[in-house]
Write a protein that binds this ligand. Structure first.
Ligand SMILES: Nc1ncnc2c1ncn2[C@@H]1O[C@H](COP(=O)(O)OP(=O)(O)OP(=O)(O)O)[C@@H](O)[C@H]1O
Length: 242
């Protein structure tokens, strides 16, 4: 048996020469122009960059929601870019949670039932009540989305995403629809998920102040990575001002 080195175990994603072109001919859009990146496991990472620079495209490809045009993405030792559609679906189901700007909850189901939808089909799920307690909503489990504030609905969406105990949590503008106080509460929940569950958390955001709480900040511009900064002195979500 081969023992994996510490370094191999510690990398969640290896991305090599990744490109994505939407459309073809003169109308083609080069959303990713050759991205090389390593994402260490267990970190909280923030992706920043102007609108249209390719952040969501990168998140969608490494999250298994979209296909690259060329290049490779490895999750641990598995090449995602070589998987069939069925294998990619299994990767998403077993390892990945998603949180989006708009919470995408089922309006006719309670908070508990929204989380249960995922735990019923997950491999090694948390109890829905534990997932809702993790996001501070233990007293609201029987409420419907319309009875909850935006920040509370986003916390239900986070509980739903983490209830299957994913290795990775992808968050695309998770605070985009929230005021700063509520947004900070949601960021605190994401930090808790990162620390308590050990999940790697990737956050795409326009709220540049969020970068101060990250382990690592990736700056995107024009379909490429401009800079990766390892944050030596992080602040807590409560200390963020924006
Ligand atoms: N399905 C699509 N078809 C055609 N072009 C697309 C598609 N999705 C994204 N694009 C284009 O790819 C480029 C990168 O988009 P992407 O959404 O990844 O950027 P972003 O950095 O996440 O932007 P934002 O911050 O505004 O969400 C943009 O020019 C966008 O218009």
């Amino acid at each position: 048996m081969f023992a994996m080195s510490h370094e191999e175990r510690a990398v969640a994603y290896r991305i090599k020469g990744l490109t994505k072109v939407y459309g073809d001919g003169p109308a083609a859009v080069h959303a990713l122009r050759g991205v090389d990146l390593e994402i260490p496991a267990g970190e909280l990472i923030v992706l920043l960059g102007p609108s249209g620079s390719g952040k969501s495209t990168l998140l969608n490809i490494i999250g298994g929601l979209d296909r690259a045009t060329s290049g490779q993405v490895y999750f641990r030792d598995q090449e995602l870019t070589a998987l069939s559609d069925a294998q990619l679906t299994r990767y998403r189901r077993d390892h990945v949670g998603f949180v989006f700007q708009f919470y995408n909850l089922m309006p006719g189901l309670t908070a508990h039932e929204n989380v249960e939808l995922v735990t019923e089909i997950a491999h090694d799920p948390m109890d829905p009540d534990d997932a809702l307690a993790l996001v501070g909503l233990h007293s609201r489990t029987d409420h419907f989305p319309a009875q909850l504030s935006g920040g509370e609905q986003q916390r239900v969406a986070i509980a739903r995403a983490v209830a299957k105990q994913p290795a990775v949590l992808f968050c695309d503008e998770p605070t985009g629809a929230l005021d700063s106080v509520t947004g900070r509460a949601v960021l605190k929940v994401l930090k808790d998920v990162n620390e308590r569950l050990g999940a790697t958390v990737l956050i795409v955001t326009h709220a540049a102040a969020t970068a101060a709480m990250a382990d690592r900040v990736i700056h995107f511009a024009d379909g490429a990575i401009r800079e990766v900064i390892v944050n030596k002195s992080k602040i807590t979500p409560e200390e963020i001002h924006w």
